[in-house]
Design a protein around this ligand. Structure first.
Ligand code: PRX
Length: 631
């Protein structure tokens, strides 16, 4: 085997191999793709069903594949209900720590009671099967209760990340026609209260469909509550309606479980739909096989439940597997840069799953912070969201994992529901490579025409066959789903990921990054068009172009080139004003690194902004083919 630059290959130790449930990848992979339906049917056999499927895969209407067609289930049947009659009933499901240091924990029994109460409250508010409930909350246990309560009664949740502005929240509420929103007065971040209910109040003014808001009291910050619209969660919980018993709604396998908004290269963020059956099988199988989960493990996915990573690998996959999870509310470096390492030590965490941005952010404080804590409980480390640079990889491996924990670099997307390219613990590792496809997944790198590229050459990353975690499509916009993901290789029937990648001699995948106008900032996904449309609303702006440029911690940062309207002059003050404007209107995650002013933007003759030219100029690279550029 070789590496990219003849770097060291990290082979699994004897201890890792002895401990691993799956000791060999190649044979199982070959079998899984030779007989995918058999493979997935076997995995589905680990779960409970109200009624089993008539067909494993219905591919009569591609790309709208249906998994476990004819089956009756509910993800809650597996994530909660079945644990109530096994030894898991008394097992810790959720350990939680707030940023100020307060703690709460819930067994599977206690979690079930909380979820039933929340579900009954939602029912009493008229929420029913097929409705969409919006959740905009800090990372507190009620965020998870709310998600699970929706699923239990057959309503879809739409979790909106707390770093979005009231306008972004309102856009998502309106697109989903959501009637009910669940929030908290606020949450803690870096020692301060971040208000949330006040943001929801502003969003509700822009949302004609919004009728009811349920607010969890977390911080005690003053909030405005309107009679008939606003309810405190603790008040509702005290009423007889909030019984601790609630029947789980029986759903079709392909019924909607949740919507999750994500940015694409054009237009407004779109809602991707995931369903009960296929998603249950996919998240639990990937979580069980890749993280090699053991009954005694304490597992920490340090993402926000507001993103797909949190949905699949904080909440659903681990709970279906009966795992013990940790949720933490606040910043990794508050009050000191070893907050996370202290928590790994205190909770005895065995598996830690996080992002390259978080790793780089903690690495800059030096080794002494992790070294003063006992991290010996760690067995596996995971990374997701963007390519991990070898330097951060090695620090994670040597300093956090003490050279004994494999780094599980998982490549996947909101659309894929779960891991697609990832090592398992026994896979030899090359820093910076997500290694090989997960079982049952056929993944390739092709040129514009669909021809497989040569070893070492860059091309489009495509997925050639359906998998149970795949999205059911864009909410109420089937055409957009086809156009975005399936049109380019329609003849072949392949899914276009939007990522560029290459493969080395050993078949290892190296992800290069997005090929479209999606910018990954700290692992979060933002569209150039989304940023530019907010900029365009500012009175000083005629037009603008947003690009992502490399950043030491964030991976990429947003750089905007703006053209001013007549009568406006560029200045530092205007730059500050525009930065504040972006944060107010899109949210803190959209903070631009830099705004520069120009007289015009490079465009094609048909008027499309050539962002690649701006990027090449900023990086001092050749500008490439300019034949389509307007004079
Ligand atoms: O560009 C890839 C990058 O994140 C994109 C998907 O973003 P999102 O839907 O927000 O999901 C993130 C969490 C699954 C991909 O198209 N990406 C994700 N994981 C990796 C990655 N790039 C390189 N290596 C990864 N491990």
């Amino acid at each position: 085997m070789e590496t990219n630059n003849n770097e060291k290959i990290y082979y699994p130790s004897k201890q890792v191999i002895d401990n691993a449930n799956i000791k060999e990848y190649d044979k199982l992979y070959k079998n899984s793709i030779a007989h995918p339906e058999k493979f997935w049917e076997e995995q589905a056999g680990y779960l409970s069903w109200y009624k089993k499927w008539d067909k494993v895969l219905d591919s009569s209407n591609p790309p709208f594949y249906k998994w476990f067609e004819g089956a009756k289930t509910n993800i809650i049947l597996n994530a909660l209900d079945r644990h109530q009659t096994s030894a898991n009933r008394n097992k810790l499901a959720l350990m939680w720590e707030g940023e100020p240091g307060d703690t709460r924990s819930f067994s599977y029994h206690a979690l079930n009671r909380e979820v039933c109460q929340f579900a009954n409250i939602l029912k009493s508010m008229g929420v029913k099967k097929g409705d969409v409930v919006t959740i905009y909350m800090p990372q507190i246990p009620e965020q998870i209760f709310a998600m699970l309560a929706c699923a239990k009664i057959g309503a879809a949740h739409s979790v909106v990340y707390g770093g979005f502005s009231h306008e972004s929240l309102a856009d998502r509420i309106n697109d989903a026609n959501s009637r009910v929103v669940i929030t908290a007065d606020g949450g803690y971040r870096r020692g301060k209260v971040v208000e949330m209910k006040s943001v929801v109040n502003k969003a509700m003014e822009l949302s004609p469909t919004m009728e009811i808001c349920i607010t969890v009291k977390r911080t005690g910050v003053d909030v405005y509550m309107e009679n008939g619209r606003d309810y405190w969660y603790h008040d509702l919980k005290g009423l007889p309606i909030a019984s601790t018993k609630c029947e789980t709604e029986q759903m079709d396998s392909s019924d909607m479980l949740f919507l999750l908004y994500t940015s694409g290269s054009t237009g407004k963020p779109k809602a991707l739909v995931h369903t009960h059956g296929g998603y249950s099988v996919y998240t639990s199988t990937t979580h069980r096989m890749v993280f090699d989960i053991k009954p005694e493990d304490r597992y920490w996915c340090a993402a926000d439940p507001g993103w797909i990573t949190g949905h699949s690998y904080i909440v659903y996959g681990p709970l279906i597997n009966g795992a013990t999870i940790l949720l933490y509310e606040g910043a990794p470096n508050h009050p000191y840069p070893d907050r996370w390492w202290k928590m790994v030590d205190r909770y005895g965490i065995n598996i830690l799953y996080t992002s390259p941005t978080a790793i780089r952010g903690l690495m800059r404080f030096g080794d002494s912070w992790p070294n003063r804590n006992n991290l010996s409980s760690l067995r596996l480390l995971g990374s997701v969201g963007e390519p991990i640079n070898p330097e951060a990889w090695r620090w994670f491996y040597e300093v956090i994992g003490n050279g004994k924990c494999p780094i599980i670099d998982t490549w996947w997307q909101t659309e894929t529901g779960g891991f697609m390219i990832t090592p398992i613990p026994v896979t030899p590792l090359k820093p910076g490579s997500a290694t090989k496809p997960f079982f049952g997944c056929v993944i390739s790198i092709v040129d514009e025409k669909g021809k497989e590229v040569k070893t070492g050459e860059e091309g489009n990353l495509v997925i050639k066959t359906p998998w149970p975690g795949m999205t059911a499509g864009v909410y109420r916009d089937p055409q957009r789903y086809i156009d975005t993901y399936w049109k380019k290789y329609q003849k072949q029937g392949w899914y276009l990921t939007g990522d560029a990648a290459k493969r080395d001699k050993d078949g290892y995948f190296w992800i290069i990054g997005r090929t479209d106008d999606v910018i990954k900032v700290s692992g979060y996904r933002l569209g150039s068009a989304e940023i530019e449309s907010v900029m365009a609303k500012h009175p000083a702006i005629a037009e603008s172009a947003a690009i992502g440029l490399p950043h030491a911690i964030k991976g990429n940062a947003i750089h905007i080139t703006a053209v001013l309207r007549n009568g406006f002059k560029s200045s530092k003050e205007l730059e500050h004003e525009l930065t504040a404007y972006m944060i107010e209107h899109l949210g803190p995650i959209a903070r631009p690194e830099e705004i520069i002013f120009a007289d015009m933007l490079p465009k094609t003759r048909s008027g499309k902004i050539m962002r690649r030219v701006l990027k090449a100029r900023a990086l001092g690279l050749p500008e490439g083919d300019l034949s389509t550029m307007d004079e």
